[in-house]
Design a protein around this ligand. Structure first.
Ligand SMILES: NC(=O)c1ccc[n+]([C@@H]2O[C@H](COP(=O)([O-])OP(=O)(O)OC[C@H]3O[C@@H](n4cnc5c(N)ncnc54)[C@H](OP(=O)(O)O)[C@@H]3O)[C@@H](O)[C@H]2O)c1
Length: 274
């Protein structure tokens, strides 16, 4: 990976997981910058090994070839609008991970810059994230490779062609970890109700989730084919799946994800107005 100066506006959870991923890949610490008004967050970034930590967003923009916007969506306008001049001068590639902030809003706050809008997810904290990215018209092929390297430090990435798809990504993979945690909670509770200790139920449920995901990733078969493979006629799995089907599992999951997509669009309207 090309070693340019990379700066993070905001040093919160997502910024630190990306910084941690870059450092784990031996990205030089003196090439990493972050700014945050919160002394506690700055302390954590320093402890992580980030070379330049301050409260000065302008300093980050002035020094960095890539600026990652990692503040909460409701803080984005307030953080970015004052940086318009500095960005016009140093012309960094801007990568925004702020959920729901449209490219048009970023362009209106920062000017016609090279901007990539991303949607990562929290498994980035354990280098197993997935990030969907969308480039504006000014982004070059070199910029794309840089964005891929940064988001690739904490997991997989893919490019989207249409901005509207980012709301679907937010609903699917952005909020997705919580859906799996919820399913795991129910599995663990069921295991306990059937007489297992909580620890054993937890180990069995978590390892089953990990193993199933790895199997699905490594297989050429689609999930429905894998499901059929492990569902013997007249067996236990078939009985359980019938209960899920009769209880409306699939339409319920789809309704939940569509509700999340609708909320993502509402948030974009609330926080992204130019
Ligand atoms: N965490 C996730 O799962 C996830 C997933 C996808 C996308 N994202 C996106 O990632 C972004 C960051 O999320 P997060 O969970 O890392 O949030 P976070 O932990 O709250 O981090 C944001 C940091 O930005 C700081 N900040 C606020 N205003 C600032 C300013 N003007 N200049 C510089 N820093 C400023 C905040 O400081 P204060 O605490 O003092 O306000 C905070 O330390 C969000 O936009 C979110 O939508 C997060």
């Amino acid at each position: 990976m090309q070693h340019v100066d990379i700066g993070f506006i905001g040093a919160g959870n997502m910024a630190r997981s990306l910084l941690g991923g870059l450092l784990a890949q031996r990205y030089p610490m003196e090439r990493l910058w972050t700014s945050d008004p919160d002394p506690g967050q700055r302390e954590l970034a320093t402890a992580l090994g980030v070379g330049h930590v301050s409260a000065d967003n302008d300093e980050v923009v002035a020094h960095c070839a890539v600026v990652v916007v990692a503040v909460k969506p409701q803080m984005a306008r307030q953080a970015l609008a004052p940086l318009k001049e500095a960005v016009a001068t140093s012309k960094p590639l801007v990568i925004s991970i702020a959920a729901g902030i449209p490219l048009a809003a970023l362009e209106s706050w920062l000017g016609a810059q090279r901007i990539v809008r991303c949607m990562p997810n929290t498994p980035a904290l354990v280098s197993q994230g997935v990030t969907a990215m969308l480039a504006n018209a000014h982004v070059t092929d070199v910029d794309r490779v840089l964005a891929e390297s940064i988001m690739g430090a904490v997991g997989q990435w893919l490019w989207l062609e249409q901005e509207s798809q980012l709301d679907a990504v937010t609903a699917l993979s952005g909020s997705g970890p919580a859906y799996f945690f919820y399913f795991l909670e129910a599995m663990i509770e069921a295991g306990c109700e059937l007489g297992l200790s909580e620890g054993d139920a937890r180990t069995l449920a978590l390892q089953t989730a990990l193993g199933s995901s790895k199997m699905a990733l490594q297989s050429d078969l689609a999930p429905d084919a894998l499901r059929l493979q492990v569902t013997s006629p007249g067996g236990t799995t078939e009985r359980a799946l019938a209960v899920l089907r009769n209880g409306g599992f699939s339409p319920l999951v789809k309704a939940a994800i569509k509700a999340a997509e609708e909320r993502a669009r509402e948030l974009a309207r609330d926080f992204g107005s130019q």
